[in-house]
Design a binder for this molecule. Sequence first.
Ligand code: PSU
Ligand code: MN
Length: 309
Amino acid sequence: MTPASPHPWLTFSAPVAAARARGRPLVALESTIIAHGMPYPENVRTALEVQGLIRDLGAEPATVAVMDGRIRIGLSDDELERLGRPGEVAKVSRRDLPAVLAGGGLGATTVAGTMICAALAGIEVFVTGGIGGVHRGAAHSFDISADLQELARTSVAVVCAGAKSILDIGLTLEYLETHGVPVLSCGQDNFAAFYTRDSGFRADYRLDDAAAQARFIRTKWRLGLAGGVVLSTPVPAEAAMPEDEIDALTRQALREADEQGVHGKAVTPFLLSRIKALTGGRSLATNIALVRHNAEVGARLAVALAATG
Ligand code: PSU
Ligand code: MN
């Protein structure tokens, strides 16, 4: 659904503007995964590959970021490079968006930030790696990602490989249930666990087929039930990490974060980079494989959703 007059803070790249004009399906992509989730240069290479995969499946990728006082929907290769190179890039969630926009800085949008921008741009499907969630020990730290609150209120379908086991996946699903956010799974019954395929928790509904996913999502929104939908799909089996290894390393990374007093928005990037170091880079290969797979599932969903009118 293309809004008649786009929001004044949005700037569309030329390919995204052309896709909008022709009614071609769009897929939003986040940029925190580029600036804070993966190291350079694999981050930029992955971002470019993911965009290509989406195009090949008949949708137009729109990577979202904040630059020079504008919400950018679609980035050039040079702009992706600017975001991905080591340097100061703000991590932009809901609370940060006004500050980075008004201040004219460079910002990478999280799942929550990207959902807000996608909704403003009329984009219904958004592909990420994994969603944020309720952190382990949240009873003491109160660390619950703003991604979950955004899913409760903003009507965008978020395609992911589940949530990382750095989180408390059971509590994350409880939170989503409380807020009426449906959790769909594609390819298996259970919710995925990012580096591994099976979180041990069932998703609400298994819908393997993009047309069925699109019918579910369209029905929710046509009923006036605002808010997001999570579509989980597991990392391809050949790229998954061994579960006992990732569990042990996750516990170690969590201990280190605690010892070093890492808190707030720094927690997730810290854990990601420690797990990458502790696995000798193997977790990065898994991360790249799952994002690529999510992009394919998301592109098919965007095409199917566009066909529902
Ligand atoms: N999960 C990943 N990789 C990531 C993130 C999550 O596997 O890079 C990023 C996403 O942008 C997500 C954010 O929105 O981390 C969540 O951060 P926090 O836990 O601070 O809300
Ligand atoms: Mn947090």
